[in-house]
Design a protein around this ligand. Structure first.
Ligand code: CAA
Length: 371
């Protein structure tokens, strides 16, 4: 609970003051994320021998909720670093890769990015067009990645690329690309509906020479690396969605207690009290599903299906809860100053990234039918 309190304190005192302006100007929270890293929130679950906090996934969910209540753009940076980049490197990386690439992220000195999506490979992730041609002691990397979170702020990028087309998904490799490698270009920044202050970019690779020692795992292990890592990533995004919903609920409860209509506080109207009850019930259900997936992961039990269920449900209820929060605020809810309109815009992406709701249903239904 100390972790939750520390995250709440940071979110309310450091993130909240500038969140409206950052969203308005699509400005990355450079200073705030630096502080977040110094406090250890970018390497929460990493073994202390690699500079991390050695915490469990449950603590990570609690911290993600508090950060997401206030600034979902900062939360997605935190989620990608912790559950996609760090976890994958710690689980599958070599000792040298852990010292060189994982430790600086875990210590909060560098930011990581996970580069799977392409113009024609979003949901259909096996259709990678980016190529990594084997040239002996290096791979020659060519292609384009789209919608990459931390695109311009990261220094360490895990890039998925096809090295053997005939082998299909078994020919995909996961390569670590460093900022500054020749031929690596950070392309256009996306102008987004929500999470506007997170830096989402296109990345271009033109004949980038990636040393063989930067491949994570065995030759052709890249797709399995991506799938296993995304399982944990989905717990991060479930926490983000649940946090957005829980932040909107807190704001709606406070507003309903202070605003009066027809001679009494809003919450004394049954129409509003019942809305709050529905919102609170769904937030609690999302929290429990997310904590369940986290707890299974902590016990080293299979959690893929449960992570997808948590992500699916939390992102769906985030739509409902944030929309109701705007409704309760009435006209005030439609303007920036009251925060809920931003939360409603931010909620939408949680149904799309790290696997759309439809992809989660594929994962869940396949797991049920295989039982
Ligand atoms: N763990 C380990 N291996 C897995 C796995 C898992 N959870 N899921 C699948 N695999 C393996 C399969 O066993 C199979 O390997 P074999 O053939 O050797 O047995 C291989 O992967 C291919 O699996 P499928 O046949 O099931 O592949 P598919 O084409 O039907 O697709 C999918 C599966 C689940 C739909 C997958 O494509 C998918 O998850 N798509 C969504 C991609 C996604 O989530 N992208 C998010 C981008 S990252 C992001 O958004 C980060 C951010 O910025 C916030």
């Amino acid at each position: 609970m100390a972790v939750k309190a520390a995250a709440r304190n940071f979110a309310q005192n450091v993130l909240k003051p500038g969140v409206i302006e950052r969203d308005k100007n699509a400005k990355f929270a450079t200073e705030e994320i630096k502080q977040l890293g110094q406090l250890g929130f970018l390497g929460m679950m990493v073994d202390p021998k690699y500079g991390g906090g050695g915490m469990d996934t449950v603590s990570y969910v609690l911290a993600m909720e508090e950060i997401s209540k206030v600034d979902a753009s900062v939360a997605v940076c935190m989620s990608v670093c912790n559950s996609l980049v760090n976890w994958g490197l710690e689980r599958f990386g070599s000792e040298d890769q852990k010292m060189k690439f994982l430790a600086p992220i875990a210590r909060g000195e560098k930011i990581g990015a996970f580069c799977l999506s392409e113009p024609e490979a979003g949901s259909d992730a096996t259709s990678q067009r980016t190529t990594a041609e084997d040239k002996g002691d290096y791979y020659l990397l060519n292609g384009t990645k789209n919608w990459i979170t931390n695109g311009s702020s990261a220094s360490i990028y895990i890039v998925f690329a096809q090295s053997n087309k005939e082998a299909g998904h078994r020919g995909i490799n996961a390569l670590i690309v460093e900022r500054g490698m020749e031929g690596f270009i950070v392309g256009e920044k996306e102008d987004k509906m929500g999470i506007r202050s997170s830096d989402t970019h296109t990345l271009i690779f033109n004949d980038v020479k990636v040393p063989k020692e930067n491949r994570v795992g065995e030759e052709g292990f890249g797709f399995k690396f991506a799938m296993q890592t995304l399982g944990g990533g989905r717990i991060g995004i479930a926490s983000q969605a649940m946090g957005i919903a829980s932040g909107a609920l807190e704001l709606a409860v406070a507003y309903a207690a202070e605003r009066k209509t027809f001679g009494k506080e809003l919450h004394k109207h049954q129409a509003i009290a019942f809305k709050l009850a529905d919102m609170a019930t769904r937030v609690e259900a999302a929290r429990l599903l997310t904590l369940r997936a986290a707890s299974l992961k902590d016990q080293k039990l299979e959690f893929t299906e449960e992570a997808s269920m948590a992500k699916l449900f939390a992102s769906e209820i985030a739509q409902f809860v944030t929309t109701e929060a705007v409704q309760i605020h009435g006209g005030y809810g439609y303007v920036r100053e009251y925060h809920v309109e931003r939360l409603m815009r931010d909620a939408k992406i949680t149904q799309i990234y790290e696997g759309t709701s439809e992809i989660q249903k594929i994962v869940i239904s396949r797991a049920i039918l295989a039982d």
